[in-house]
Design a protein around this ligand. Sequence first.
Ligand code: ADP
Ligand code: MG
Length: 386
Amino acid sequence: MSTALTPAELTAAFTDHFGAAPDGIWTAPGRVNLIGEHTDYNEGFVLPFAIDRTANVAIRLRGDSTARLLSSYGDQGVATVDLDTLSHEAMSGWTAYPLGVVWVLRQQGVAVGGFDLYLDSTVPTGAGLSSSAAIECAVATAFNDLLDAGLSAEELVLVGQRAENEVVGAPTGILDQSASLLATDGHAVFLDCRTQEAKLVPLDLAAASLLVLVVDTKVSHAHATGGYAARRASCELGAEVLGVAALRDVDDEDLAEAAGLLDPETFRRVRHIVTEDARVLQTVAVLDDGGPAAIGALLLASHASMRDDFEISCPELDLAVDTAMAHGALGARMTGGGFGGSAIALIPAAAEAAVRAAVTAAFASAGFTAPDIFAVSPADGARRLA
Ligand code: ADP
Ligand code: MG
């Protein structure tokens, strides 16, 4: 992924394309989910942290109803739409993310008029690091600021989620937007997705001489059309048969009885959610107690559950996890929605070179596309940059 334009460079690029300087620049990060996968839409628990990869947007309000949008990524050129006649069809491709946010804000009575927008992001797309929420959260934060809309961070989370659900068509929960909006440097966000209550949990990797390595497998996932929706449907079926509002309400002790009520596949889907919720709670407790060095086994158990019960891993993700573990990782798991994207490995900082080399070599000998491997650290959430 290219490096970010500095605020001065972004201002210059914006001015070059749109003929006037932006009103400001806003930033929002991508995220790594440390643990708690597919639990968000089951009203359960997740533990993401924001990463030091961000979507930055420069915006200028125009005073008419025209929106012009440009991204430094790819060569799509400028997209131009009239906000007053904005249809779902007009919000296609990457512009569905920023325009989706604008559409939701307007639905909610925030009078967003015409604007020029330039996006520059260092969050790799489709890697399971939520490049989509980074865009949504940067744009939502920008208009909230520019128009003095007075929306809280929690309300902006829901704006981003509605854009993703109703405009992009991806049935995702609130995990990504919560991480991008609520995170702070050196912390993970422990989120109860039923109450939307968030608590910051210290995640000081450097103090423990650890780091989190991301292995982007380059296997692309497609949430809007892929298995994500099927998994979500299985969870809804499971909750319905078990007579609960959401799988959050099923405990470990209920699983034996659930096995007799559900078909084998739905049961395995349910078991992943129930055990994953428990693992998130345990991870928070262990972080509190022993710090990040003690959470490795929980990460690995999470991966096994996603691979075997929820069946959202793939050979590349499994190889990344297994190879990292064989070369000194304390724990490793796929992260994000699955079916490709990235794995994370919690490793001693001193093992970085060895793990990188081993994963690269393992992918080459398996005949897989070369992965992109990079370290991430827990970073601040969305805010104004300039
Ligand atoms: P993820 O959120 O895991 O990265 P998604 O499929 O949810 O994957 O979102 C990826 C999509 O977001 C891309 O296909 C593209 O439409 C959009 N996107 C992300 N980053 C950029 C960017 N820098 N420029 C333009 N579009 C982007
Ligand atoms: Mg996404």
